[in-house]
Ligand binder design. Structure first.
Ligand SMILES: Nc1nc2c(ncn2[C@@H]2O[C@H](COP(=O)(O)OP(=O)(O)OP(=O)(O)O)[C@@H](O)[C@H]2O)c(=O)[nH]1
Ligand SMILES: [Mg+2]
Length: 334
């Protein structure tokens, strides 16, 4: 596969300014030009005015990539596992995209560097795209930018897109909902199994990976999580989360992880659940975009007379804020 990937000079992709350049840029990305892919992701990340054209050009490729999310506490071994999964997927001849997403901190320079270093094995492989994203400078937030970045990688012909997210707060639940299959990584001795349940992670995990199985306490973690899964209620035919042990740092257990992902994939397809998840994601995307448009319009009314005059009426007690909001919405509809 890598033999068919051609290199296009930087100048050819660096000058995209107009709508009519977008289809060409997408074509280059599909041909395997890494710079074109990088440029597209930067444009969608920045909420560029070409975003609509890019989305339109990428639309026909929707749903063609398998999206796999990896989440878990800091340092649990997500990047190491991702790196090994990329190796396994490349051995099968797949083209692979990796998004390393850090929703927690605006200062992720270190983390990005760390990810890059650990995935250096694939740096020169033309069949692998690796991209880090942090919340810094994102218009509309990371939750808005990440699905579009996945679409770029999908449009670029990636068979599999791996999305690594640090498991802090609720952000990873949001980003994990991007994935067809979500892997939750745990490590022994971190109290992770308990925390997993608290953070609502149990609901989003399709596969649990007990990584660092070379460490003491791995068996206990494995038993804990199995116990919690056993307690969970599920109807007949519902997916029962798989639990896999791994020592990602030594490449052990990676085949088992890949097998669990395959098994889940088969279940998704057989149950019609894959399409259901894709549609749920599309609904969330549409909603987020529509809400964004509405917010912008309301913002523009701030500068006009409508919102300030309504605010004055509410402040002086002439009308209540609900009635004022109705008036504002009626104004938007026109
Ligand atoms: N002992 C042991 N160490 C591991 C294993 N897997 C990864 N590590 C080490 O754990 C550390 C963190 O690994 P990463 O892959 O960067 O973890 P991460 O979850 O991506 O970390 P963040 O992205 O910073 O949240 C590194 O020093 C790895 O070498 C393992 O199976 N066993
Ligand atoms: Mg990492």
């Amino acid at each position: 596969m890598s033999g068919t990937i051609e290199n296009v000079p930087a100048a050819a992709t660096g000058s995209v300014r107009r709508s009519r350049d977008v289809p060409m840029l997408v074509e280059r990305a599909r041909a395997g030009d890494h710079r074109a892919v990088a440029r597209l992701i930067t444009l969608v990340e920045n909420g560029d005015e070409l975003l609509r054209d890019i989305a339109a050009a990428l639309a026909p490729y929707a749903g063609q990539a398998q999206v796999v999310g990896l989440t878990g506490s800091p340092g649990v071994g997500k990047s190491t596992t991702t790196n090994e999964l990329v190796r396994a997927l490349r051995a099968r001849g797949h083209r692979v995209g990796v998004l390393a997403v850090d929703p927690s901190s605006p200062f992720t320079g270190g983390a990005i560097l760390g990810d890059r270093v650990r995935m250096q094995d694939h740096a020169t492989d033309p069949g692998v795209y690796i991209r880090s994203m942090s919340s810094r400078g994102h218009l509309g937030g990371l939750a808005a930018a990440t699905p579009q970045a996945v679409r770029v990688l999908e449009g670029a012909g990636c068979d599999v897109v791996l999305v690594e997210t640090v498991g802090v707060g609720q952000a990873e639940v949001e980003v994990a909902s991007l994935a067809d299959t979500t892997l939750v990584l745990l490590a022994p001795g971190m109290g992770d199994a308990i925390q997993a349940v608290k953070a609502g992670i149990l609901e989003i995990a399709d596969v649990f990976v007990v990584n660092k199985a070379d460490r003491d306490g791995a068996d206990a973690t494995y038993r804990d999580i199995q116990g919690m899964i056993a307690l969970g209620e599920r109807g007949p035919g519902e997916w029962r989360p798989q639990v896999v042990r791994a020592v990602a740092a030594r490449g052990e257990g990676i085949d088992d992880i890949a097998a669990a992902v395959d098994k889940h994939r088969t279940w998704l397809v057989e149950r019609g659940e894959l399409r259901r998840r894709q549609e749920a994601r599309a609904a969330a995307e549409i909603e987020a975009i529509a809400v964004g448009v509405l917010r912008d319009r309301i913002g523009s009314l701030r500068d006009g007379t409508e919102l300030p005059s309504l605010a004055a009426k509410v402040a002086e007690g002439a009308i209540d804020p609900y009635a004022a909001a109705d008036e504002l919405l009626a104004q938007l509809g026109t």
